[in-house]
Ligand binder design. Sequence first.
Ligand code: LLP
Length: 410
Amino acid sequence: MEIKDNRYEIQGIGLAALAKDYGTPLYVYDGEKILQQVKRLQDAFSTVNLKIKYATKALSNINILKLMKKAGTGVDAVSIEEVRLCLHAGFEPHEIMYTPNSVSFDEFQEAVELGVMINIDNIPMLEHFGTYYGNQVPICIRLNPHILAGGNAKISVGHIDSKFGISILQLKHVLKVVEAYNLNIIGLHVHTGSDILDAEVFLKGAEILFDAAREFKGLKFLDFGGGFKVAYKPGDIATDIQDVGIKVSKAFKAFCKEYGTDLEIWFEPGKFLVSEAGYLLVKVNVIKSTPASTFVGVDSGLNHLIRPMMYDAYHGVVNISKLEGPERVYTIVGYICETDTIAADRKLKEVQEGDIIAIKNAGAYGFSMSSNYNSRLRPAEVLLLHGKAYVIRERETFEDILKHQVDIGL
Ligand code: LLP
């Protein structure tokens, strides 16, 4: 988003005009920015055999998936529905990694029938798999490296108390199961968490994975998960992807040499690819001054963007209706019957009713975590690509709220 010709625009398209044409609240995605991020990652790992498996859950509109496919990525899916969505969007089964947790064996069987790569994260399921398929279906194992890293407790998943992955301390047990059922393990996986800044954390994860990999023959890939940090606050430092690329590639190449195979290196970024490309445009319904604060009430809330409430996440906000004039401090709040503060105590150009506020970093885990709470409708989504705006999801209507409800005639 930049200021040009006295307005905020992306790819030469005015954001206020988008809000006017398509209504608010509105999710807007900058497709060119997504393509740039894919390219940055590809370039950072250009000396190794990189496969990007975009974390579908971050933003799962089929047009975004198709854009990823065009850019040359594969996908990571965490539910059978996401697997089906990725197939629908045109991914080949072999391009899809299926990384669920706490799912039934039936769901794994469904995934096997669909032909996607299975990533198993618990020992009982490995045993079921072995009993049923033996070595007939190649699989990946998700290990928990016991590294505490990530933006906050809710998105740190590689530590000892986490439900994810098989503890690295249980590796001996895993090896026994693999041997007993003659399992065909072709990949190992770790994902430590989200919002990880340091290359060192990825390197530490890599070393743990290399140690485990030495115990397996016939591996084809190692998957380091996602979790690259992007900038949310002004002055925030993002993961230096170049640095991670250089350091991890070097360690990876040395390991491949030792292992005797040119393995593929997989990453599953979500935020890195789509967070900064997304904006949620909302309209100011009311400005309410109290002895403590000046609240700006907008036509959205935690039903559309839950991150501020769920993770105390910071999202930048800009009054795109005003380019000039004084600034004041406001607290932007939603219209939901909860304390759904979107942004507290922020300086904005003086706000009036009807102004449009752009909420930044809304590409990842924005729409995909939205709901109909308070029986509110979910917003439309617009993709900007090659200087054109495309509606990629229509705004819900009241009929959608009633759609699956069954009136039993009381
Ligand atoms: N791979 C696996 C196995 C994951 O569980 C995740 C995220 C990713 C990749 C992608 O992580 P990313 O690159 O997007 O950080 N809703 C939270 C983030 C939860 C992420 C869950 N797993 C948020 O909005 O911060």
